[in-house]
Design a protein around this ligand. Structure first.
Ligand code: KG4
Ligand code: ZN
Length: 334
């Protein structure tokens, strides 16, 4: 069956999410209960707090997803859930909720990798063209993934230290901006000039890996040194300089990989894909090439369950199901 109806659940970090997706391409509902307000005062996600909120919210989130989709449990063909990576206590809430529905209804349980979810969000926009390349940039991940064919994920580059979003959040904290800092830096950067010299970590010439901790430290040192000398630095300019450094390396390495592997499609995914500067730079870079650039809308870039339903469609077609012993795997490999 190609037009299967899947209930998908995602609880890997700080969003409790449930969605109903048909045929891996049509969103019937997509409900996200954000915990940001609760974690804000701690300046980041508190794992135990996240688990507790998931436990409180998971049932009504699923119920609302079912109601909005106007389907009953009898209409479902399968239940999908994020198996990992993520916070273990958070993952377990989603895994057990999905298991309960699947077990009670005797439905297949489809295990989904969180990053494959971010990548497959593109499927909700348009069909894939292979070979394809995905740049996944979020609070926990920075990965260049090559897809030679459907559902075949090959990580060709990744961060060696901080994730791109993590660097944004840490720089934002230094500038005393609220959590999560990415959108605030993005806004500041648009008002500034990138006139402060900051490093770009190119690493080895043939490497598609990334590194952002040096850049983050350079921002912190620049601010610190200026303060000691009694100079003032415009935070707009610092944000613009930081953002330019990040965007330059992300865009350039994506371009290099796209040329090398002769890809037909490029997908930008993950929370940082919401970044205006990055979206513009990617669009400009690939405007004159035949490569198709897909950037899902903001709501599908940040954590949600529709993307898990889209990725689950691939599992469904390949008949990859989990047993009742399915566990949350914090360090799951793609
Ligand atoms: O994908 P996501 O919602 O959660 C993870 O799986 O990590 O990504 C969240 C990350 C945060 O680090 C946040 O600061 C960053 O995405 N982010 C942005 C922007 N919007 C969200 N970073 C830069 N510019 C933005 N506009
Ligand atoms: Zn994510």
């Amino acid at each position: 069956k190609e037009n299967e109806i899947i209930l998908a659940v995602e609880t890997s970090c700080d969003e409790t999410a449930a969605a109903v997706v048909q045929g891996g391409a049509h969103i019937l509902s997509n409900v996200v209960a954000s915990q940001i307000e609760s974690h804000k005062r701690f300046g980041g996600v508190v794992p135990e707090l996240a688990s507790r909120h998931h436990t409180e919210n998971i049932t009504w989130t699923i119920e609302e997803a079912m109601e909005k989709a106007e389907v009953t449990f009898d209409d479902l063909d399968a239940v999908a859930v994020t198996e990992g990576p993520g916070l273990v206590g958070a993952l377990l809430v989603g895994v057990n909720a999905a298991k309960a529905v699947a077990y009670a209804r005797r439905l297949p349980l489809l295990p989904v990798h969180h990053i494959s979810g971010h990548i497959q969000a593109a499927r909700l926009e348009r069909p894939w063209r292979y070979p394809a390349l995905a740049l996944v940039v979020s609070g926990g991940h920075t990965e260049l993934v090559l897809l030679r064919d459907e559902g075949e994920y090959e990580v060709i580059g990744q961060t060696r230290d901080d994730a791109a979003g993590e660097a944004y959040d840490k720089v934002a904290r230094t500038l005393e901006l609220p959590y999560p800092g990415g959108p605030h830096i993005d806004k500041l950067a648009a008002e500034g000039t990138p006139n402060i010299e900051l490093p770009i970590a190119w690493l080895e010439p043939d490497s598609y890996d990334f590194s952002f901790s040096g850049l983050k430290s350079a921002v912190i040192n620049t601010l610190h040194n200026a303060k000691q000398r009694g100079e003032t630095i415009r935070s707009e300019d610092l944000a613009a300089s930081f953002q330019q450094s990040v965007i330059t390396v992300l865009t350039e390495k994506t371009k290099r990989a796209a040329d090398h592997y002769k890809v037909e499609q490029i997908v930008l995914a993950g929370g940082v894909a919401a970044n205006k500067g990055l979206r513009t730079a990617m669009s400009n870079t690939f405007a004159s090439s035949s490569v198709e650039l897909t950037i899902p809308p903001f709501s599908l870039c940040t954590d949600n369950a529709a993307m898990i339903g889209a990725a689950a469609h691939v599992q469904w077609k390949k008949n990859i199901t989990a047993g009742w012993d399915l566990n949350g795997v914090p360090g799951l490999a793609l």
